[in-house]
Design a protein around this ligand. Structure first.
Ligand code: ZN
Length: 251
């Protein structure tokens, strides 16, 4: 989907995490990174001269109204698990790193197993508002973690426009970013995400973001499985060098 020209410099690398918590309980391993390993990932980025930016700033950079530093990265957490509040944010604050949490609005404050997400408690409205006060962003992840390609137009509007309205009321802030549950989307879903006034949307496609990337299907680098530091570094590198290879950006 990208219109990347050869040798174009990447704008940003968007990391996609789910839960940060000690490795125990019922959480699917592929979705969890331990606090110790997460700290190692962040320390590596810090020490190798990466700069953490807000997803909203990436949207401005794609508009041409903002310049991002080289080696810019953004952090996202999908599903709003409570470990983000308990374990990830205290670590991120030490590095003064920001992040966006993609929240299914109807699952806020829900305990344990529900719908399509892992059987782990979700942050409640008080916790989400507190994170917003600390400079973190809340993005939309539909109302119910819906599988969008299966829905009618009315259902799509409820899950996309409705979720945005619900979240804005919940955190009392504008919500301008979106993330497709399961990475599943359809042309109609993308159209409604865009028409609803979001400025960008994250997919689960693997790669870095370039100036010519489709801003409503932004690639990310998914991190789970308690990825060790050498594997983390390899995964960042494999997502694209500082210069895009000829013929594409999503190596
Ligand atoms: Zn999700």
């Amino acid at each position: 989907v990208s219109k990347t020209s050869p040798f174009e410099k990447p704008l940003c690398l968007v990391l996609g995490y789910h839960e940060i918590a000690p490795l125990q309980g019922e959480m699917r391993r592929s979705l969890v990174v331990s606090p110790v390993m997460f700290a190692a990932h962040m320390a590596y980025l810090w020490m190798s001269g990466w700069h953490c930016v807000r997803l909203e700033d990436l949207a401005s950079a794609m508009d041409g109204t903002r310049h991002l530093p080289t080696r810019a990265f953004a952090i996202t957490f999908d599903d709003g698990y409570v470990g983000i509040y308990q374990h990830a944010v205290p670590l991120l604050r030490r590095f003064q790193y920001t992040a966006t949490i993609f929240v299914p609005s109807a699952l806020v404050g829900q305990r344990g197993k529900l719908d399509h997400t892992a059987p782990v408690d979700k942050m409640d409205a008080v916790q989400l508002r507190r994170l917003c006060d600390l400079g973190y962003s809340v993005g939309s992840h539909t109302r119910t973690h819906a599988d969008l390609p299966l829905l009618s137009d009315d259902e799509l509007r409820s899950e996309i426009v409705g979720a945005r309205d619900d979240l804005e009321a919940l955190v009392d802030r504008s919500v301008s970013t979106f993330c497709y549950p399961f990475g599943h989307y359809s042309p109609r879903a993308v159209e409604i995400v865009q028409a609803a006034g979001h400025t960008l949307a994250c997919s689960t496609e693997y790669g870095r973001v370039y100036g010519g990337s489709d801003r409503f299907l932004l690639p990310r680098v998914a991190i789970g499985d308690n990825l060790s530091l050498p594997k983390f570094i390899y995964r960042l590198r494999r997502a694209g060098s500082l210069v895009a290879p000829v013929g594409g950006s999503t190596l």
